[in-house]
Design a protein around this ligand. Sequence first.
Ligand SMILES: [Ca+2]
Length: 349
Amino acid sequence: MRELLKVIIFHYLLQGLAGDQLNIPHTNHLDEDFSKDGCLSYCLSEVKPIVIGLNQLKERDAINKLNEKIHNLENELEMYKLQLTHKENQVKARDSLLNEKDESIKAKNELLVAKDEQFQDYRAQIEEKNLELLKYKLQDIPHSSLYADGIHRMKVGNLPAFQVSYLSSSPDWIVIQRRIDGSVDFDRDWLDYKNGFGDIEGNFFIGLEKLHLLTQSRPHELYIQLRDVKGTAKYARYDDFHVSSENDNYKLNSIGKFSGTAGDSLVDHVGDMFTTRDQDHDTARFNCAKNKRGGWWYHDCLHSNLNAEYHDEGYDPNRDGISWGSWSGDWNYTISLTFTQMMIRPSLK
Ligand SMILES: [Ca+2]
């Protein structure tokens, strides 16, 4: 009997393990088998608990599998959560980077605006300076400022420092020649004209070597103030005054463009070398300086000579006085001017 039971259980297990569903009809079938054999009540009482146990085992197995699935799903969910967190962190990092770049762009924009404002400011300053320069360039010296009233020291080239006279109202102009009366003789030798002579507070000539060094160091303007015995004042102005070296006998190299009220009586002297009573570099048969009693840039001989003999009465019938031919409309050389002042300053060119 026990053997039969084992066979039945084995049979049942095979059915169960083959994938059959353990349900009541199946058990009923077993009941029938058992009844045929005459062990119905006994067999059932022995087998049923086993079958039920097996069913329970199967259910537990299914639950375990479900639990395992749930566990796997939970793991997957956790992994997705981790991935999501990672992605969120990445997005945050990118947002932060974008914000930083935004800030950087803003800062650069602000810098550009500041630079632009600075540029506008510089441009305004340049325009203002240009206006000042234009004013400086066009400004004429008032006739009331006839006498230079300032003295300061100057140094140029290898020459010892020397005193120069300037207009305190226009301190950039320094005086290179002045005639106010006949107290200083201008009929002098080459060496005097080279080095300068006279009294810088009165009648004087600054010296050709200084003129050369000053005007070769940078371009200079020349401003000539003139006055006659009647008190009429006029001026002549040139924008590029340059005296050559002693090797060229201090040739009047250039004077530039003329402007002024006295007319241009110097243009015909451009290219003339300097002549003194002891050094004749003019084109006349004789020595013009000896004849006119003063050194100048003569040709054969002159259209102007501001270093000629001084005449208090403002007149010389011999036409040898301090002359500026274009002073009068008819080039009257009997007029001898009673005040001259030649000034130079660095040009803006
Ligand atoms: Ca000559």
